[in-house]
Design a protein around this ligand. Structure first.
Ligand SMILES: O=C(O)CCC(=O)C(=O)O
Length: 299
């Protein structure tokens, strides 16, 4: 176990986060209904540069979150094609990953301005879609994700610079008990560490991780459904096995900077422009997708 465990989320911090989040919601009137979408500000960009991560509460609103949850949980492709990655103890965390974008709720979230514009601010320039995925830990069974940096292995996908980042969006509530994301604050500044095999996964050098844990703060990113955490590709992160009766599904969208196009083709896509969609399309596309799914089951 890591020697230091100091969750940051005191009452003050939580309040501050909510104040910041509220300040950064952009209000629009769409068809008479008031809609609010997240827009990152300079202070949050600076915090991301310092900490390597940024938590945004209600990145998706209640209806969008519910659409994502019910579509994902009824999605046959996820159930049939997801695969397991064994952790150090032999338990499996489940994952399904796509490099293509479709006109479904997943594609609408990946392309949504609130996320793409934020990524562009955080990474300092145009970004494109690297991949997106659902990670799933079923009650009592779901395994851990071991300590790693995403650039620990994306480096081997021919990206020269660590100009890459992800956002993890909670589909279910993510808690300490069901294996929420843990991050080592500021560890993205360590640079890329050596990685090796841990179970079926790629894990960061244990000795370095322990040394980082002695010096930097371990943060448990507990999220409500619809909350998101943006994190830098060199940020050390992990998550525990699910020891609870509650599922823990999360949706992750991953981006590469356009100026960091892989220097030779690999498994992940080379640069192609990412179409940005208005935030309102998440709901629009999600509602249509859900209606189609319901109609298919009742036909
Ligand atoms: O789902 C999780 O908890 C972690 C996923 C992760 O580490 C990753 O996608 O890099």
């Amino acid at each position: 176990m890591p020697p230091i465990s100091r969750p940051t989320s005191g009452a003050f911090k939580k309040k501050q986060d909510i104040v910041n989040q509220t300040r950064n919601l952009q209000h629009k009137t769409m068809g008479g209904a008031e809609m609010s979408y997240f827009r990152v500000d300079a202070d949050q960009v600076a915090r991301f540069a310092r900490d390597g991560y940024l938590i945004v509460h209600q990145l998706l609103d209640a209806e969008e979150t519910e659409l994502l949850r019910k579509i994902a949980k009824a999605d046959r492709e996820i159930l049939e094609k997801r695969s397991g990655r064994q952790d150090a103890e032999g338990k499996k965390a489940l994952i399904i990953l796509h490099t293509d974008l479709r006109d479904d709720i997943y594609g609408a979230i990946v392309r949504s301005r609130r996320i793409v514009d934020t990524m562009e601010q955080l990474l300092g320039g145009e970004v494109y879609h690297w991949h997106h995925k659902m990670t799933m830990k079923e009650p009592f069974e779901g395994g851990a994700w071991e300590w790693h940096q995403d650039y620990g292995y994306w480096y081997n996908d021919n990206c020269l610079f660590p100009y890459m980042a992800s956002v993890q969006i909670a589909v279910d509530a993510c808690t300490k008990e069901n294996g929420c994301l843990q991050v080592i604050r500021g560890s993205h500044l360590l640079g890329r560490l050596d990685h090796g095999r841990v179970g079926d996964q790629t894990g960061a050098d244990r000795e370095r991780v322990e040394a980082a844990l002695q010096r930097l703060e371990l943060v448990y990113c507990e999220l409500e459904p619809g909350d998101g955490v943006f994190f830098h590709c060199n940020l050390l992160h992990r998550s525990d096995a699910n020891r609870s009766p509650h599922p823990r599904w999360t949706f992750l969208c991953c981006y590469n900077a356009a100026r960091n196009d892989p220097f030779k083709p690999g498994w992940y896509p080379n640069y192609s422009p990412l179409e940005k969609w208005d935030d309102s399309r998440v709901k629009e596309v999600g509602r249509r997708q859900w209606e189609t799914m319901v109609a298919a089951t009742t036909a």
